[in-house]
Design a protein around this ligand. Structure first.
Ligand code: PFF
Length: 450
């Protein structure tokens, strides 16, 4: 077997992992769920979930990946030979298909919106209702949605085919700083709008009467999604790490960057929304229905509109790359495929699986395959609500009760000899994370959560 590729530098790894974490979840999903679930009180619940669940599960994934130097399936096979634990990794590989297939469709919309912004299409959108019509017309056009989805998958495949160092790392080092610069520009634009303080207050002044069980469930589910946890993406990225890297500080930086970017995106968006007296609770369409009507009214709006959708697109592509890499790592490690063949076959297959999602806002809008959901909604629902939390929960059980807290701590110590934690303390932390995830899953299944 050829030598496993490794990251060229620690910065490269951190930017790639942060690129995976920072995605549509931060810039599209976080602002709209914050808007829907009460602003600052939700943000607080989310921060607690990130600390109690997101951070430990990220460390678990890095430790499993680095120890085994394998894809998610191979990793569990190596640590628990002859047991069914490898199925946890298998669940991850399946989840990738599901997520990437619809994630690519949304990323495709952002691409379509970059072109719309460039062509000046937002200029005539004075009211959110007009932007809504615009979005619906865009989504209903199968040609546009499929081409944009195809283009996104082609770009993701182009990067992944080049490998860990020359593809993923190289592009993350270019795209992530660019993302940060664009976001800072947009945030400053938002903060300098008249009435911007209402948007900031919305994010930082909690109204605890808004906090209820449901808010916490949504916050926990989102913590998973936003940090790319539960399906082995971080196991895969961890598997390209050498034993001398410090896992703990890397995880701290990645979690911090992800949270920081989400909050900055929240500021950029809510300052603009409040400055125009629009409602913050626009739901999933907030970005597509509300923001295009804001841009024409602000100085430099043409330019900021293009930048905003470019920002979303960059965020999406680095996450898409990490999703595809999970499947590619599996087929190259376990089945001995060449990277090129694996990318062509599975990039193509993910595209095909995504086609019904791309058509779900158009010709297949009435095809309700399950519980009255369109194909797109079903894919989102299955992965977000069940697959990722289930994967994360099983990983906690695996580390806490099979592999063992001592091995886990030893792995964290490698590259960080000063680290010290008693196994029993690690067990308690892992158990708390596991119980919180289990509560989310069960309440989700019982239909209590959102
Ligand atoms: N973390 C990404 C986001 O916030 O958009 C989504 C994601 C990427 C989830 C990769 C899972 C994953 F493995």
């Amino acid at each position: 077997m050829s030598e496993r590729e490794h990251w060229g530098s620690r910065t490269g790894f951190i930017l790639a992992a942060a690129g995976s974490a920072i995605g549509l979840g931060n810039i599209w999903k976080f602002p709209f769920i914050t808007g829907m679930y009460g602003g600052a009180a939700f943000v607080l619940a989310y921060l607690i979930c990130i600390a109690l669940v997101g951070f430990p599960v990220m460390l678990i994934e890095f430790a499993i990946g680095r120890r085994t130097q394998r894809n998610p399936v191979g990793a569990f096979k190596a640590l628990a030979p002859g047991t069914p634990w490898f199925m946890v990794g298998g669940l991850g590989v399946v989840a990738v298909f599901v997520i990437l297939s619809y994630y690519s469709v949304v990323a495709g919309w952002t691409l379509g919106y970059i072109f719309a912004a460039i062509s000046g299409a937002f200029h005539n959108l004075a009211e959110p209702s007009q932007a809504k019509d615009y979005f619906e017309n865009f989504g209903a056009d199968p040609f546009k949605t499929i081409i944009c989805h195809l283009f996104f998958m082609a770009l993701v495949s182009f990067v992944v085919i080049k490998g860990v160092k020359k593809g993923i790392e190289k592009w993350s080092k270019i795209l992530m700083p660019l993302l940060l610069v664009i976001l800072v520009v947009l945030m400053i634009r938002g903060l300098t709008l008249p009435g911007a303080e209402d948007g900031v207050n919305f994010l930082v002044k909690p109204d605890f009467s808004k906090l209820n069980g449901n808010t916490i469930l949504v916050a926990l589910g989102h913590a998973f999604f936003t940090l790319s946890l539960g399906m082995g993406a971080m196991i895969t990225y961890g598997s390209y790490l050498s034993r001398k890297e410090n896992l703990l500080s890397s995880a701290v930086i990645i979690v911090f960057l992800d949270t920081f970017i989400a909050l900055m995106a929240g500021i950029a968006i809510f300052t603009a929304v409040f400055a125009h007296g629009l409602a913050p609770d626009g739901g999933p369409a907030l970005i597509f229905h509300v923001l295009p009507t804001v841009f024409p009214h602000i100085p430099g709006g043409y330019f900021f509109g293009i930048l905003f959708f470019l920002l979303l697109f960059i965020a999406a592509i680095t996450s898409g790359i990490s999703l595809l890499e999970v499947v590619i790592a599996y087929f190259t490690d376990e089945k001995g495929w060449s990277r090129k063949t694996a990318v062509i076959v599975f990039g193509g297959l993910v595209f095909l699986v995504g086609v019904p999602s791309a058509l779900s806002t158009g010709p297949l809008a009435d095809w309700k395959i399950f519980f009255g959901m369109t194909f797109f909604d079903f894919m989102d629902y299955m992965s977000f609500k069940y697959m990722l939390p289930l994967g994360g929960f099983l990983m906690c059980i695996f580390v806490g009760y099979y592999w063992g807290a001592k091995e886990f701590i030893d792995e964290i110590k490698s590259g960080n000899p000063a680290f010290s934690l008693r196994p029993v303390a690690a067990m308690v932390l892992i158990t708390i994370a596991g119980i919180l995830i289990l509560i989310t899953l069960v309440t989700g299944i019982l239909g209590v959560g959102a």
